[in-house]
Design a protein around this ligand. Structure first.
Ligand code: ZN
Ligand code: ZN
Length: 181
C-alpha cells in the first residue's frame, strides 16, 4: 500500500487526486494507495529556517519513515503546502529517501498563483501528480531520466514540470518493473 499523508493545511482535492492517480498506476503493480488522516504541520517546527522562511525537507522524511514502519505501508508520500528547501538548493518541489520508503512533495511552488497564472483548471493537480509520481519513482529505485517528457526528468523550474508527462518513459518503466521483481 502507498500511504498518502496530508501535512497541515493542504488542499484536499489535490491530495485526493494524487492518491487516485498514483493508486491507479501502482495498483497494477499490486500497490493500491490511500489517504491517511492529516498530521499537524506543528510536528515539523524543527524543520523551519527563519532566515529563509522555508522548511528543510529531510526532517519530514524521518517522521514519514516512522509512519511507514508503524502502518506497514510499502511507501509513504507526504504532501505539504509549506515551502521546502535542501542544502545547496533555493527550493525543492519534493524529496525522497528510498531507504526509508518515504517521500514528500510541496504544493507551495506548484500553485499557479505563485507564478501569477490563472488558478482555474487543474494545473495544481496536474503538477502535484507529476511530482508525486517522480518522488515515488525515486523510492522504487529510479534515478533522473534525460527524456524531458518522462516524469523522472529533473525539474529545475516549473517549466520542466509542465513539459513532462505524469508517466514513466518506456525505459524507466522497464527499470521499475525489474526493481519490483
Ligand atoms: Zn528527482
Ligand atoms: Zn524516463
Amino acid at each position: 500500500m502507498i500511504l498518502v499523508v496530508p501535512i497541515g493545511d493542504v488542499d484536499t482535492r489535490t491530495v485526493e487526486a494524487v492518491s487516485r492517480f498514483v493508486g491507479s498506476y501502482y495498483s497494477r503493480l499490486g500497490l493500491p494507495a490511500r489517504v491517511s488522516d492529516p498530521i499537524p504541520a506543528e510536528w515539523f517546527s524543527d524543520a523551519y529556517n527563519p532566515s529563509r522562511n522555508q522548511f528543510i525537507g529531510r526532517v519530514f522524511l524521518e517522521t514519514l519513515g516512522g509512519i511507514k514502519a508503524k502502518t506497514g505501508a510499502r511507501a509513504v508520500l507526504g504532501i505539504t503546502s509549506l515551502d521546502l528547501y535542501e542544502k545547496g538548493l533555493n527550493f525543492i518541489f519534493g524529496l525522497a529517501h528510498p531507504g526509508m520508503g518515504a517521500a514528500i512533495i510541496s504544493t507551495f511552488r506548484l500553485r499557479p498563483e505563485f507564478y501569477g497564472e490563472e488558478t482555474t483548471g487543474n494545473l495544481l493537480i496536474e503538477r502535484a501528480v507529476k511530482e508525486a509520481m517522480h518522488e515515488l519513482g525515486h523510492i522504487f529505485g529510479l534515478g533522473h531520466c534525460p527524456n524531458r517528457w518522462c516524469v523522472m526528468h529533473f525539474s529545475n523550474s516549473i517549466l520542466d514540470t509542465d513539459v513532462k508527462g505524469p508517466y514513466y518513459c518506456t525505459s524507466c518503466e522497464l527499470k521499475l518493473k525489474k526493481n519490483w521483481g
